[in-house]
Design a binder for this molecule. Sequence first.
Ligand code: GAL
Length: 379
Amino acid sequence: MRLSKKVVAMAMASMMVFSMTACGNSADSAPATSEPEAEAPATEETNDAAAETETTDAATEDAATDAAEEAADAATATAGEGGNIGVCIYKFDDAFMTTYRNALQEILEGKGYTVTFMDGKNDQAEQNNQINNFIAQGVDALIINPVMTSAADQIIATVKDAGVPTVLINREPTAEQMAAYDKLVYVGCDARQSGTMQGELILDTPNKGDINGDGKVSYIMIQGDPENIDAQYRTEFSVKALTDAGMEVEELDLQRGDWDRNKGQEIAQNDLAKFGEDIEVIFCNNDDMAIGALQAIQAAGRTVNEDIYLVGVDALDAALNEVASGNMTGTVLNDAQGQAEGAVAAMEELLGGKTYAEGEQSIYVDYVKVTPDNVADFQ
Ligand code: GAL
């Protein structure tokens, strides 16, 4: 996703809230000599990038295997000299996390760090091994997107034992869990905000979502992975925004789509066949599922913003295009660039020796509502 100047300015503004300063790393720091030849990061987050991702996966996995032998070298790198950073992503095959990963890669490599990305393949046991391998290799810092929020205690205990400064991203543990380790911080968004904004997008329509005028908003909810706090909060707060505004609601169906486009399409297709015109709103916890739902809506001969409303979250390029052409009611920017900048800034604070007190270990980047009126600012 290419960000407009305005959006970059907004991201920079939210960065200032962090009051973080870079610690001894400048763009002209010499990269560590062991830096593997990295491909230029892709700037598009489409699933079409899969082939390229595969190549990068293979390269990073090879690098990880070899890295045990290079452990001594890696361990001697320090932040000021570039440093060795291990990044664990819950699953490479996730549209939003691909955008996020590309942003992290560009920022970290631009600052002269040597960075290795590992694909957790949606398997916590696999990710635990990857974390242990990074620790054995002597990385200077870790950035971890946990596979399961429920694994937070174990991950935090592991990085604490090893004394590795760690930034958790995308899946937020509780404040109590993070308090166990003062060289740990979470950078992400408050998912309640995105849910509320989805509800507001529906409230902003001419009939506040009640297309058939029967006094209630009848919706289906296509949820992400229900273990994920983003899925839980978006599900809850999107509907709460409607009820808080005095709207009556009727949930026709709620199903997990695991953030996945194909599952979004299947769920919407089945529900459109089952509930037909009764469905007034399709809430999707993310854009990839919304794009799938849109395919089902169009196949069923329905028209978004006329006889049905559709909202997502993330502001993927594909969703921005659909918002611009009126095929999605709206989406919510999940600011991958802002979060990646925040994660790297927090990591550099940790490398500079900063510790975090309980209650101060979550750093949030704001979500932004995207409608046909402002979509051009994000394209
Ligand atoms: C959410 C995002 C989803 C998915 C998920 C993975 O914040 O909206 O699209 O990437 O994170 O945990």
